[in-house]
Ligand binder design. Structure first.
Ligand SMILES: [Zn+2]
Length: 253
């Protein structure tokens, strides 16, 4: 079992990160931590160095924070990313967020930044891990223009069933589902018709716990796998085997 997207580098884990990671090690095969900006990417790499062969890094630039970024910081992120291109398992999270960002000019800026990272994923042939909210169809149409991105992942996919069907037309496109499945009727309905061959599992820790006050953690990805097996009427072992293999293939871990 693999948590393909979380943020255990965040300060929420400052006091007990070791314990969180050891609980994850008891149940999971690997954890992928996604950076959200230049400083964050550096921290993610340090954490991964400390827990080699269990925690793997993905370098990104979060679409919501990126709307206020300077040219200089963006350039630094690009350079740092390219310097580390062989040491990361994916580029992300990067993307577009129309839920938090309503302003047209800011959305345009998000898109430009997103494109700059897509270009790198395409040129260096690195998997692209996307944060896309309320603009899934738009994002899909954008990435479909690029032929050399080896794998495309919609993290915490919340798009329509129609977009999901289009995503499944591509063998190398995936949708990741989180612990949100345990309480979100929308996601429970959505995953009914999504083939396991296109599914990854994640927690997005510290977010998306069962209650708003709670802090999520990677080991809870078990609950997402369990929920998928219930909804799809498959045994948990099968869901685990297929989704873990998907992640191993994509991220080469
Ligand atoms: Zn995230």
């Amino acid at each position: 079992m693999i948590d393909t997207h979380c943020h255990i580098d965040f300060e929420e884990y400052g006091k007990d990160r070791d314990e969180v990671i050891s609980r994850a090690k008891d149940k999971l095969d690997a954890v992928i931590v996604s950076g959200i900006g230049y400083e964050s990417n550096k921290g993610v790499m340090n954490l991964c160095d400390e827990y080699k062969n269990f925690i793997y890094p993905s370098f990104g630039y979060h679409p919501v924070s990126s709307q206020n970024c300077s040219e200089e910081e963006l350039k630094l992120s690009h350079t740092h990313l390219i310097e580390n291109i062989n040491n990361i398992v994916a580029i992300g999270e990067v993307g577009m967020d129309y839920f938090y960002v309503k302003d047209k000019a800011l959305r345009e800026k998000q898109k430009e930044i997103f494109l700059s990272f897509i270009e790198i994923a395409n040129e260096y042939k690195v998997p692209l891990l996307m944060h896309v909210r309320d603009c899934e169809k738009k994002a899909l149409n954008i990435v479909l223009e690029y032929d050399d991105i080896p794998y495309v992942i919609f993290h915490c996919f919340s798009g329509s069933s129609k977009t999901a069907r289009r995503i499944m037309e591509k063998d190398n496109y995936f949708m990741s589902f989180s612990t949100m499945l345990c309480y979100s009727k929308q996601h429970q309905d959505l995953i009914k018709n999504i083939s396991l061959d296109h599914i990854l599992t994640e927690t997005d820790s510290p977010y998306l716990a069962m209650t708003k006050e709670e802090r999520n953690e990677p080991v809870n990805v078990v609950n997402a796998v369990k929920k998928i097996s219930e909804i799809q009427n498959e045994d948990m072992e099968t869901v685990d085997r297929i989704t873990t293999n998907n992640a191993r293939k994509i991220f080469k871990i």
